[in-house]
Design a protein around this ligand. Structure first.
Ligand SMILES: Cc1ncc(COP(=O)(O)O)c(C=O)c1O
Length: 458
């Protein structure tokens, strides 16, 4: 093992060099992938030296999500102490289902959940777990809401048309999960949004009325704290009033920007969170831990247990349900995703995570200011969002982003809202500084100039 730890360290050095010198890896066309790299698996293995060289080649060609040129997704960067925690979780290799095999790691997960519940403003009767990602956290919320509405569903299955509500700007996992858990995609009502991508409360109210009058059974409203494209925040306070009126479960999908629970400056964006029934947040997004670290908490501790527990003599042999976390999780064997967040939190404190979150808004503001001061740009996103959406010189966003990627200049993606396509630059890497944001625009502009010069020359 020691040899492989040394090899790991050497490979990390290679990765760090690459990130610095070639922050955007040259993409390999899919048609050439298996010719360019030896990815084959054969009857006989290869010697260590060859393995090392193969791994180095793979590292060179793998997209660099921690580099200063990565703005493509809702995660990025590498925060050292969180990475340390995740590496340790790999080495310890516990499974989180029982106290017997995870010991203090169970206490670590419980502590993380307890603190997230407190930051959400949840009561002492709340609990939670870690899911394999934000999509699965949303699924867990839906399952709890479904069973809360009708506790016999777990045994008997669905017997009525149960309806759920989410905005047209929410994440696709809501509809996908509705299909997966037997509710059905057709029972998902897409609520209209305003120009900022925030759910329209009046439209929601009308849809619920209509469904009740048609004999359907509304049970769930999904509010988004940071929509995937624009980074918009639904009005949780107003939604909680609607949910109270119709007796519906309110879930807050904070996968993207639920991290604002740490920020005194931005906490107001999720005012009313304490009135929700469940809340999910991806620490691998705003809190900057490695993938994946998704937490789901609920004010209904008993419901979490009711929806996810299952007896298993061969597994639960010591200790009580409170410490055998398999009784409240989606999976059976489960990797330790809590340790990376705990290690980060322990080392920099709640105030340190607040700084991580606030920095992302600061970088987004720098980007918006640059765009607003330059007439070649059109801005489509709003204040209090870390998704900076814009177009440059009427160049189609899809063409621009793809050219930047193929040319190894920048990793940035495009999005669409109300039929308008635009570049979506995400300032989620809290290790970036103002000069990195300005370098982003300088690279983009020089790429366009170069391209125009080439076109004129040919
Ligand atoms: C608002 C929102 N919810 C849920 C998800 C899904 O999270 P995951 O990719 O961890 O499944 C995303 C992903 O970007 C998201 O933006």
């Amino acid at each position: 093992m020691q040899n492989d730890i040394a090899l790991f360290s050497e490979l990390c050095d290679e990765l760090f060099r690459e990130e610095l010198n070639k922050p955007v890896a040259k993409p390999i066309p899919t048609s050439e992938l298996y010719n360019k790299l030896d990815l084959s698996l054969n009857a006989n293995g290869i010697v260590d030296e060859d393995l090392k060289n193969t791994l180095k080649q793979i590292i060179k060609s793998t997209p660099k999500t921690a580099s200063r040129s990565f703005f493509n997704q809702l995660f990025g960067g590498r925060i050292s102490k969180a990475t340390l925690g995740d590496l340790l979780a790999v080495m310890l290799n516990n499974s989180m289902y029982t106290y017997k095999v995870a010991g203090p790691q169970v206490g670590i997960e419980k502590q993380v959940i307890k603190n997230i519940c407190a930051l959400a403003g949840y009561s002492a009767n709340s609990d939670g777990t870690l899911a394999p990602g934000g999509s699965m956290s949303n699924m867990m919320a839906l399952i709890m809401a479904r069973d809360y509405k009708n506790e016999s569903i777990r045994a008997l299955g669905l017997s009525s048309k149960m309806i759920l509500y989410t905005s047209s700007a929410s994440h696709y996992s809501i509809s996908k999960n509705a299909a997966l858990i037997g509710i059905g995609r057709d029972q998902v009502r897409q609520v209209n949004t305003n120009d900022k991508g925030e759910m329209l409360i009046e439209h929601l109210d009308k849809l619920i009325e209509k469904d009740i009058n048609s004999g359907y059974e509304p049970f769930f409203v999904n509010a988004t704290a940071g929509t995937t494209v624009l980074g918009a925040f639904d009005d949780i306070e107003a939604l909680s009033e609607i949910c109270k009126k119709y007796n519906l479960w309110l879930h807050v999908d904070g996968a993207y920007c639920g991290g604002v629970i740490f920020s005194k400056t931005y906490r107001h964006l999720i005012n009313g969170l304490e009135h929700s029934d469940s809340f999910s947040v991806n620490a691998h997004k705003m809190m900057g831990t490695p993938l994946s670290c998704s937490i789901i908490v609920t004010q209904h501790k008993a419901q979490l247990h009711h929806s996810f527990s299952n007896e298993a003599d061969y597994l639960y042999q010591t200790d009580g349900d409170d410490f055998n976390l398999g009784k409240t999780s989606l999976q059976c064997g489960r990797r330790n995703d809590a340790l990376k967040l705990w290690t980060l939190w322990k080392s920099i404190g709640t105030l340190g995570i607040e700084q991580i979150v606030d920095k992302q808004f600061k970088m987004a503001q720098i980007a918006r200011t640059y765009i607003n001061q330059n007439k070649d740009y059109t801005l489509y996103s709003f204040d209090n969002s870390i998704s900076v959406c814009f177009n440059y010189k009427d160049i189609p966003a899809s063409e621009l982003c793809t050219a930047l990627y193929e040319n190894s200049d920048l990793m940035v993606g495009f999005g669409k809202f109300n039929n308008q396509e635009f570049v979506r630059m995400v300032t989620i890497n809290s290790l970036l500084e103002e000069e990195d944001i300005l370098a982003f625009f300088a690279t983009l502009e020089s790429h366009v100039v170069e391209k125009m010069l080439n076109m004129n020359a040919s």
